[in-house]
Design a binder for this molecule. Structure first.
Ligand code: NIG
Ligand code: FE
Length: 407
């Protein structure tokens, strides 16, 4: 006889993340056909677990959370920028290195030269590391190609990684990362190329689910950003924005005007910018890894974001220049120690709010009946321990679409 559930986890601490931790002590969770079919306190279970499912896992007090969601990464690239790290430690700034033709452009050069297979092999190692930190959904941006062939190559590699690992990947087209060196002094011609050719092709070939722009002095100005947003929306692609990372340009208000899924970084966001976010459905994505690695001193105004009840997601921003970080747990810790989020806010930032930043809140991000059964089981007694430890690896099971995957 078929049983009510495919699998059930019993006797654990269930952090639903529906609001704050959303804790159920002495709880259980069951899955059926890849979806969450039951979650609640053990005493409300309708029968003995063995009668309800063939696969019964006794958690023995361990903690279950939603599979973590990293909603902002640039994890596909060739080479690395360890050498620029040394230069910055000697006093050269990130912007100075960019102006001298290093920075993002040097990763563009390396990524253009790499074959598709080389790019895949180099990148999948990093995605695997993130997956081992409990990540089951990942956003990956292009943006180290800045020509059609390489941008498309990056987006294909993202798809191939999704087909290889137990991870859901949302792809974002970031052709507007910087002005590539061959268009320097001719930025608007590059924006023409993005708007007239690349974005329409991304939409037509369904290569990405969103379009992002780096709006900054060293990248695209407000006017260029707006042109790109307009075209993206015309082709049915939602937008995102690297906004107010190094200066306050007004990009947050612009992004909100185009119903951005998220505005990311926000170190220099103004009060007015935060008010604009609060009146929209846009998520604020905080990236403490880049703040840390650039040794930034200007904190994003967390108190004001909190006061206006802006949903705050947290992500690795994993990239070779400003955040070579491959652990979302490390980022949870940084978001509390550096940005002063509470541990519960941090956890919501990599579950519920991160799902919203990817427009996946209906199906992912909380342990709620009917949502996709992407779960992480941790060898800890309380979810605060996920935020507290630095460098340990407490993940003991990862469940993707209701099925246990090997770590
Ligand atoms: O999110 N701000 C722009 N993009 C990345 C940096 C990428 C790089 O330096 O390679 C960021 O910090
Ligand atoms: Fe970024």
């Amino acid at each position: 006889m078929t049983k009510q559930f495919d699998a059930i986890w019993i006797n654990g601490v269930i952090a639903t993340c529906e609001q704050g931790y959303g804790l159920i002590k002495q709880g259980g969770i069951a899955v059926k056909n890849g979806k969450i079919a039951w979650v609640g306190p053990m005493q409300l279970l309708s029968a003995v677990p063995e009668d309800l499912a063939d696969d019964v896992y006794d958690l023995q007090g361990r903690c279950v959370t939603p599979g973590l969601i990293d909603c902002h990464t640039h994890i596909i690239y060739a080479g690395n920028r360890a050498h620029e790290f040394e230069l910055r430690l000697q006093g050269t700034s990130y912007e100075e290195i960019a102006r001298q033709g290093g920075g993002i452009q040097s990763t563009v050069n390396a990524t253009r030269l790499a074959s598709e297979d080389e790019l895949f092999q180099q990148s999948i190692i990093r995605v695997r590391a993130l997956s081992n930190s409990g990540v089951t959904t990942l956003e990956i941006k292009s943006g180290y190609g800045l020509d059609w062939a390489t941008e498309a190559k990056m987006l294909r590699v993202a798809k191939k990684i999704e087909e290889t690992l137990p991870i859901t990947i949302q792809r974002t087209f970031l052709g507007a990362h910087i002005i590539p060196s061959e268009y320097r002094g001719n930025a608007d011609t590059y924006v023409d190329l993005l708007c007239d050719q690349m974005i329409p092709k991304v939409a037509k070939e369904k290569l990405a689910e969103a379009v992002d722009v780096f709006c900054e002095k060293i990248a695209f100005n407000l006017e260029q950003t707006e042109r790109i947003f307009k075209i993206a929306k015309q082709f049915g692609l939602p937008v995102k924005c690297h906004a107010e990372q190094l200066s306050d340009s007004g990009s947050v208000a612009l992004a909100v005007k185009y119903q951005a899924l998220s505005v990311d970084h926000l170190e220099y966001v103004s009060h007015a910018g935060i008010k604009a976010i609060s009146q929209s459905g846009t998520v604020a994505v905080l990236l403490p890894g880049a703040f840390y690695f650039l040794r930034e001193t200007k904190l994003p105004p967390i108190d004001v974001l909190r006061k206006y009840r802006v949903p705050m997601a947290v992500a690795t921003d994993s990239n070779p220049g400003t955040s070579p970080i491959l652990s979302l747990q490390m980022i949870l810790n940084m978001s509390c120690t550096l940005f002063r989020l509470t541990p519960a806010e941090a956890l919501e930032g990599v579950t519920r709010h991160a799902a919203k930043a990817l427009r996946m809140e209906e199906t992912h991000g909380t342990l709620t009946i009917g949502k996709v059964a992407d779960l992480a089981v941790w060898d800890v007694e309380h979810p605060v321990e996920l935020v507290y430890y630095v460098g340990n690896r407490p993940l003991c099971q990862l469940i993707k679409h209701g099925v246990r995957v090997s770590l």
